[in-house]
Write a protein that binds this ligand. Sequence first.
Ligand code: NAD
Length: 416
Amino acid sequence: MSRKNNPYEMALKQFDAAVSHMDLDEGTVKYIRSIRRELTVTFPVEMDDGGIEMFTGYRVQHNNVLGPTKGGIRFHPNVTLDETRALAMWMTWKSALLRLPFGGAKGGVAVDPRKLSINELRRLSRRYASEITIIMNPESDIPAPDVGTNPQVMAWIMDTYSWLRGGTAPAVVTGKPVPLGGSQGRLEATGMGVMFSAREAMKYNGIDPKEATVAVQGFGNVGSMSARFMHELGSRVVAVSDVYGGIYNSNGIDIPGLIEHARRTGSVTDFPGSEPITNEDLLAMKCDVLIPAALEGQITEENAPKIQAKIIAEGANGPTTPGADKILHSRGVFVVPDILCNAGGVTVSYFEWVQGWQHFFWRRDEVARKLEETMVESFNAVLDQHEKTGLDMRTAAYTLAIGRVAEAFEMRGIFP
Ligand code: NAD
């Protein structure tokens, strides 16, 4: 793939940078750098006008030494095999960093779900689910929501798998609606985890959250929930954007009102009492915390010198390129890396998976408490590693995660 800032090349560069600071066996490195399994599917969907459209989708499992592979499913026109590989690899490190018993996977379909009717979306989701059922399984590979998918899509995946295999298998997918065995708190988990990470980063950097200003790029699941929890923490969210444009209010945006406005109109733009800004303005804005929560490759060598935020809390996966990372590090910007910052989603997905196996469900306050404990412990572990080694936060997080995967691989050994 020739896309600028190819995510898979980014993921490999980040891996190689971390490994250069570790003393690992060469064979182990070769093994954990490789992608274990890649499935490409091309399948038909009957459209509402009676015509047939062909779609291409993927499911990639990067590594499973720590447990079943886990990772979301993305519906977006730019989905490619390389993007899916990168996202799968990031899931391996994220699960290992959070000490979850999972490996990493990711899936996706190249489609713009906004252009499908609800019935077309249902047929596409079910057909894609049936195509990947040969490698999806509650014991070996468990999807979840990502960009362009939601609890309804997860419900269709669970139902399709269940009909094909017999019985009802709630643990085959996480991020389901609560009445179907979804976990309390899963919908908001990633954003809540971003807030915990940003809060701990502010504490470390001597910033009072109640005095802090925040800018959020992207206003889907992760962006809107991050904004909501930052607002509830007492910080002033001054700028927000989505694919249609951005808005600014120096006094702080009314986030609950904006969530309602975005639900009604489909975008954050034209929110009463705000001024329009571009995405570029938002990224370069003077603020304490910048939360990129849209797509990968947003903070680049071109715009990193202009960033004025003191802290970047990565809600999105891979929002910062390795070139930008170097610039941010040299300019003293404190980056909470994606594999730590947005791990609230996979953490509560783990809780949902456990509840799915046990058919025993937890209260929302229990979920939030366990999530906070897990996020704060992991944040402190990365901070410790950062202080001990002098490595930037991303490389520190990677060395911890890769070390755990390497250790597990060496203990398991090679089959046969
Ligand atoms: P989503 O589909 O709910 O929302 C994506 C948002 O990004 C939308 O508001 C869209 O308008 C906006 N957007 C797209 N392109 C943009 C651009 N160029 N500029 C500004 N905004 C743009 O997706 P999501 O689930 O919120 O995922 C967002 C990011 O978080 C992705 O990187 C995803 O991999 C990551 N992530 C998601 C979860 C989860 O639980 N959903 C967990 C961890 C990480």
